[in-house]
Design a protein around this ligand. Structure first.
Ligand code: 0WK
Ligand code: 0WK
Ligand code: BGC
Ligand code: BGC
Length: 942
């Protein structure tokens, strides 16, 4: 020990630059960039640990969810009381937030009082501390003549680690800084405050939100700078918060949007992560603190400790004779004698050294100028390390945000508050510089919170109020789409009634129940080469299929899809069928079978009144078609005439079938139990095998029955495959229900919303196809657009801006629903879809858009499920069986591509027809193959 003393005093004699000896003495505190990068990387790992449900409990950095889901967007408004407790000054405020309208930015007016908190209250009973808080509040109301009668919403900034399950609740995890009031740890501090306010009495205050000071600071700065998504406090304590992707916050339900996370980074190192950087002085500060082993980073960084660190270093150097010629004063030995304000003063640009001398003299020391330079340099190193560590922590947070958003560069603002940052002359620049050095690719700006955090706390409360009222209004808007079991049962009953009515009435009925003249499903005897021509909802499809007897599995198919331009869909019938004939000609060319005159089946996906398998009169167009001179005409003749007009090929149109019938046949080829065909695509419809005797409307029914019964006896050679049980011999015919018409007679009035009315009014066929307009791909996008329009006009969406895009019919195609509702799709992608549609959206907007899409498509699937339950139960009763096993062949882009539609439809059908076990078989070959099978069976019968 003596030798060391000797060596040191020899060196000092050499008049070396006094800062050099300090640099040597405190080399462990001088962190260079790669150390800071290591610390930053280590902190990133800690953040992950804190966010994950598995490792959160053991994590030192708690990453506390704050339930603040968005930064201010200028529409906040209202008048709030605010309490700011936990920093160096306890403040009571009144905050008036005025909403920004148009270019005029919103504004905030504040009145505040600071109330000292006696030391003993910080270490006394928690209830007394909160009584002092609420009495100060009452005093503030008196002084500012704020009515005691009126109900006042209050925002509570509480700057200690709290576990929150909602904005207006927070369990105190542990005290920090210089507060350790008893009886509050693990308790809900909002409840404690309400209790104190009740005890004080005489005021009506509703604590609506409690936030950490970092969060309030971020919100305060976010009011003027939309890029502010990080809040930083370097004050008595230190901490940071930022907007994290909700999907990464395991402790909170939901994947959509973002949530502000209070990192509580003050505890970084409590698990030893910073041991390589802890110096003896840090250990001394920690040992002497009121929470040893806790808040390790905070004790290396924040204002409560910096002064003490400097004192301990100077004391040690003095003891080692490196300062003041080894003289040590009692004051220098006394804890807290050098404060962080002293440290800041020592580093003043102009008077730093003078301040240092004065401070040392006040400590009963007689410093030489070298001593002053050395002590000033100790302050520099200590505070420099503080800003370096904060920079490393910030770099970790900003890197994570960049990664979360898959950005190469990041433009972001950090809102800052705290006396160290605000009063230490060099702290801000040092911090900014190191952050920019650690993250050269980022454009990081720092905004000082000029008026404390309560503005932010009031904004959080305003946002909470806005979100709460928006939530209520969105729920009100969407509640008509949320159908109850009883309502779905009602739809099933009305669908059933519509099916029955359609079978009986000759006249127009809402559900047309059109005979298809298809009497049986395939039995594997079909063989030969056939053409299938399909006019569906979105395109025309030509198909060539070659069936081999018995071997269902590998029938060859070649097909080609042709789009149908809008002007053809809505042009003249002649043009439409010429277009179809041209497509067929092109396909036969492509297949080199121009001269084959193949037998063909024509899938015509519109309601046709058929009088024979190859004769069908179009009753009315649907799905955006309105070609003229077609309704009331035989579509087979029209196609034949178009082919004749071309005169460059010929086909033998043997059958015209609805796409539901084609789909049923195509699937029955795979699964003999398939006796229902469902299309959930541009349009919606279902067909099924009905007992011939129930199809009362067809005249020739009688003859056919006689004919059939004769035919049946003759044909049953036992080779046919086992048919579905309970039906064996009764003659049937496939009925194309055209269930899309349910409700055209008002049967769905009590389900139709004002948005549906709007869609119907703007459609090509108002009053028609009401069920289809609630359930099919052609219309769901429009229903969504109408709801979004209404929510936007209500100011609940897109900041109330009704853009031209949103007013454009058809802009919200149903395919977007499928994309937006896909679980894999993060909100960012939802926003980019909306962007493509010319809709500028916030995170919250896209959450609501996704919810609206979900509500509309969920209703559609449920309604189809209820309709299907009616059909399968009818078949079960037709067969007089208790339990029915049956398969439904399905096709259509909505069923096949929407992420949830098929599941909800199946679940609803299952619940509403418990005595039917329904298998849904998506069609592989499409309805064309089915049409070809019908053609094959026709040809075989001839
Ligand atoms: C001022 C804010 C307050 C925060 C404080 C932190 O209004 O919410 O707690 O800054 O800085 P300190 O006062 O601890 O230095
Ligand atoms: C594919 C079928 C076709 C049917 C279509 C319906 O092969 O007959 O019309 O599905 O789905 P959409 O194209 O209307 O979504
Ligand atoms: C507390 C934080 C607070 C920070 C700054 C820390 O001691 O744990 O909740 O944000 O001080 O005031
Ligand atoms: C048509 C039906 C067709 C359904 C599915 C409806 O618009 O009226 O005939 O089956 O769309 O494509």
């Amino acid at each position: 020990m003596f030798v060391v003393h000797l060596v040191c005093s020899f060196f000092s004699k050499l008049q070396e630059d006094p800062t050099k000896k300090v640099d040597r003495f405190l080399y462990a505190m001088r962190l260079h960039d790669d150390q800071l990068s290591d610390i930053s990387a280590c902190f990133q790992a800690e953040m992950k640990k804190g966010l994950s449900a598995e490792s959160n409990a053991a994590a030192a950095v708690k990453m506390l969810p704050t339930h603040v889901r968005s930064t201010p967007d200028g529409s906040e408004n209202g008048q709030f009381l605010a309490l700011d407790l936990g920093g160096s000054r306890f403040k009571v405020l009144q905050v008036k937030v005025r909403e920004g309208t148009g270019i005029r930015k919103g504004g905030v007016e504040m009145e505040e009082n600071t109330y000292p908190i006696p030391e003993e209250l910080l270490t006394g009973r928690g209830t007394e501390l909160f009584d002092h808080v609420s009495e100060s509040l009452k005093d503030f109301l008196h002084e500012k003549n704020i009515s005691l009668e009126k109900k006042h919403p209050l925002a509570f900034t509480f700057s200690f680690p709290c576990e929150q399950s909602a904005l207006n609740q927070g369990l105190l995890l542990n005290w920090s800084k210089n507060c350790r009031a008893r009886g509050l740890q693990g308790k809900d501090v909002v409840q404690a405050l309400r209790g104190a306010i009740d005890r004080t009495g005489g005021m009506d205050v509703e604590v609506l939100a409690m936030v950490n000071d970092t969060v309030a600071t971020m919100m305060t700065c976010g009011f003027d700078d939309q890029h502010c998504e990080v809040g930083l406090i370097v004050g008595t304590g230190t901490n940071a918060c930022y907007m994290e992707e909700l999907r990464h916050v395991d402790l909170v339900e939901g994947d959509e949007g973002r949530m502000c996370v209070n990192t509580e980074w003050g505890a970084f190192g409590d698990d030893g992560a910073l041991n390589d950087y802890i110096t003896e002085f840090d250990r001394d500060v920690d040992a002497a603190s009121n929470n040893p082993g806790k808040q390790i980073l905070e004790k290396m960084v924040s204002g409560l400790y910096l002064g003490e660190l400097v004192r301990l270093v100077v004391l040690k150097m003095a003891k080692l004779g490196l300062l003041f010629d080894g003289h040590v004063s009692d004051a220098l030995r006394t804890k807290g004698k050098i404060t962080t304000a002293h440290v800041a003063a020592m580093e003043e640009y102009k008077d730093g050294l003078k301040n240092t001398r004065n401070i040392l003299v006040d400590l009963d020391l007689t410093p030489t100028s070298d001593d002053c330079v050395a002590v000033q340099h100790v302050s520099t190193i200590v505070s420099f390390r503080s800003s370096n560590l904060v920079a490393a922590g910030l770099a970790a947070i900003l890197t994570r945000i960049k990664q979360n958003r898959n950005l190469r560069t990041l433009r972001i603002t950090v809102g800052v508050d705290g006396t160290v940052y605000k009063t230490h002359p060099r702290y801000p620049n040092r911090l900014h510089e190191v952050v920019r050095r650690l993250l050269p690719e980022c454009d990081v700006r720092f905004v000082l919170s000029d008026s404390g955090s309560s503005k932010g706390a009031a904004l959080v409360t305003a946002v909470a109020q806005r979100l709460a009222s928006r939530r209520r209004k969105v729920d009100e808007t969407l509640s008509p789409f949320r159908l109850s079991q009883e309502q779905l049962q009602l739809v099933k009953t009305r669908m059933r009634a519509g099916l029955e009515a359609g079978l009986k009435s000759k006249g127009p009925s809402a559900i047309k129940m059109l005979p298809s003249f298809v009497y049986s499903t395939p039995d594997g005897t079909e063989h030969g080469k056939y053409l299938a021509l399909g006019l569906g909802g979105t395109n025309f499809r030509a198909l060539l299929v070659n069936f081999k007897k018995g071997l269902q599995q590998n029938s060859q198919l070649h097909h080609k899809i042709y789009t149908i331009p809008l002007e053809i869909k809505q042009g003249s019938g002649e043009e439409l069928f010429d277009h179809i004939a041209q497509c067929v000609s092109d396909f036969l060319d492509y297949m080199g079978m121009k001269n084959a005159r193949l037998p063909a089946g024509f899938t015509f996906s519109f309601p046709c009144e058929q009088t024979a398998i190859d004769r069908g009169t179009l009753v009315n167009w649907t799905k955006g078609f309105k070609a003229t001179d077609c309704e009331g005409h035989d579509v087979v003749s029209m196609l034949r005439e178009a082919i004749k007009r071309r005169n460059d090929f010929d086909v033998d149109i043997v059958a015209v079938v609805n796409d539901t019938v084609g789909t049923m046949m195509s699937c029955a080829y795979e699964d003999p139990q398939c006796e229902i065909g469902l299309i959930a695509g541009t349009g919606t419809n279902v067909c099924y095998m009905e007992e011939l005797k129930n199809i009362e409307k067809t005249e020739q029914k009688k003859e056919e029955e006689e004919e059939m019964s004769e035919g049946e006896e003759g044909k049953d050679d036992g080779t046919e495959r086992e048919r579905v049980e309970g039906d064996a011999k009764t003659p049937k015919m496939c009925i194309n229900t055209e269930w899309g018409g349910l409700g055209d007679d008002g049967a769905l009035e009590d389900f139709i919303t004002l948005y549906d009315i709007e869609v119907d009014r703007n459609s090509l066929n108002p009053g028609k196809q009401r069920f289809e307009k609630l359930t099919s791909g052609m219309h769901l996008g429009e229903v969504v657009r109408q709801v979004l329009l209404d929510l936007t006009r209500g100011g609940l969406l897109f900041r109330g801006h009704v853009t031209e895009a949103l007013k454009t019919p058809g802009i919200f195609q149903t395919k977007y629903l499928s994309q937006i509702e896909s679980d894999r799709l993060a909100l960012l992608q939802v926003r980019s879809i909306l962007q493509q549609l010319g809709l500028d959206s916030t995170c919250d907007d896209s959450i609501i858009v996704k919810e609206v899409c979900g509500a509309v498509s969920h209703r559609a699937a449920q309604l189809c499920g209820a309709g299907m339950a009616a059909v399968v139960d009818k078949i079960r009763e037709n067969r007089g069986v208790d339990h029915l096993n049956i398969t439904v062949g399905v096709d259509g882009t909505l069923y096949k591509q929407h992420p949830h539609f098929s599941g909800v439809l199946q679940e609803t059908a299952k619940v509403l027809s418990p005595r039917c076990n329904v298998t849904f078989l998506p069609s592989e070959g499409g309805s064309g193959k089915g049409a070809a099978l019908i053609t094959a069976r026709q040809k075989m019968e001839l």
